[in-house]
Design a binder for this molecule. Structure first.
Ligand code: WQD
Length: 340
């Protein structure tokens, strides 16, 4: 049973990926510094799969600790690297914190992978690397544009670091998965998105408004050049996204990759406006949502949704769950965690 390291494995996407890895028979070791997650997620994962992942609380910025970890785990077959800071707005205020946490940690992990006999590396990237793409839907060949935030820049720089390292490390194979907008929760409602403080992202703000934690949702602008004036995004169910990671890892382990650094867009291929997301929530919850139209949010792009041809045809992965499935699961999760 191949042993896989999942960094940030107690986070939103990480925890869902650990569940899917265990479902496929992988042995999972989680590293998490608990800066943006809770140790309780470990028990929740175990309650879903019946298998307790190994866990080490470790700050990946501590290079000697990273070296010691890999020395003790020479049998790791693959790494899925989620651990990073990911709040776009915060990254503008604290750029050095983001460069240190997102770049140094990546370098330390890659340095250790260079020492192993074989290394399969899956990198959590983002459609944010495209900025506002000139052509929609967005393909992997779309030009990478100057990042609009230090967060986005760490994803662009991260991909370049990995690509350059793969060029000089013949045994290292890597895939960067460029996520669109992950939403929703596991059907068990035992794991899901746990934003700390006021949610920056749309869907947790919707569910927190509906359950009464937030007074009202502000829709950031309805004067965009879209069919209803609100921004378009490609909202992908987190379980579909998690499965894409397992398929990408299997691709590398089975040597099916066509080069030792590949990128794939991971989205549904369908764009939804903010108002359509609200309508989906109202449909699946049976509740009217309290929202108002507010000013545009600085830095928002108008529209982004994936061309999924490469992921479908080469990776052999396709999103199966719908926006309604995702909104229903997000609502069930919100109700579950507030029922405690
Ligand atoms: C979606 C739409 C907002 C909140 C970001 C990062 C991306 C990834 C996901 C980390 C936009 C609108 C939102 C609200 C609103 N993060 N909105 N009211 O900005 O597309 O992507 O988060 O990997 O890299 O860039 O996601 O959910 O913040 O916004 O109207 O209270 O919802 O204007 O149009 P975004 P989001």
């Amino acid at each position: 049973m191949a042993k896989i390291l999942v960094t940030g494995g107690l986070g939103f996407i990480g925890s869902h990926t650990v569940v899917e890895l265990q479902n496929k028979g992988f042995e999972v070791v989680i590293i998490d510094d608990l800066s943006n997650s809770s140790i309780d997620v470990l028990n929740r994962i175990t309650s879903i799969t019946g298998i307790a992942p190994s866990f080490e609380k470790l700050d990946l910025k501590d290079k000697p600790k990273v070296q010691a970890f890999f020395k003790a785990h020479q049998d790791i077959q693959g790494v899925i690297h989620f651990a990073a800071s990911k709040a776009v707005g915060e990254s503008v205020d604290k750029p050095l914190q983001y460069y240190e946490n997102n770049i140094n940690t990546l370098i330390y992990i890659l340095q250790e992978l260079q020492k192993l006999k074989t290394a399969n590396f899956i990198f959590s990237s983002s459609c944010t690397v495209y900025g506002q793409a000139d052509e929609l839907p967005i393909t992997e060949n779309a030009p990478v544009k100057k990042a609009e935030s230090p967060y986005g820049n760490t994803k662009q720089i991260g991909e370049e670091i990995i690509q350059d390292t793969c060029k000089v490390t013949s045994h290292l194979k890597a895939i960067a998965l460029r996520y669109f907008n992950p939403i929703g929760a596991h059907s068990s409602a035992k794991i899901g998105e746990l934003p700390i403080g006021v949610p920056q992202n749309l869907v947790p703000f919707i569910t927190q408004t509906a359950i009464g934690i937030r007074e009202q949702l502000s829709v950031f602008g309805d004067d965009y050049p879209t069919h209803d004036g609100t921004c378009i995004r490609d909202y992908i169910h987190v379980v579909d996204l998690a499965k894409a990671h397992v398929i990408a890892l299997q691709r590398l382990i089975e040597d099916k990759n066509t080069s030792n650094f590949e990128t794939f867009n991971v989205g549904t291929g369908t764009g939804s406006t903010v108002l359509e997301v609200i309508q989906s929530f109202e449909k699946v919850s049976g509740q009217k949502l309290n929202y108002k139209i507010a000013n545009r949010r600085a830095g928002d792009i108008i529209s982004a949704y994936a061309n999924t041809t490469k992921a479908n045809n080469e990776l052999g992965w396709k999103a199966e769950l719908t926006l309604d499935d995702a909104m229903a699961s997000a609502w069930k999760w919100e109700q579950e965690i507030r029922s405690k």
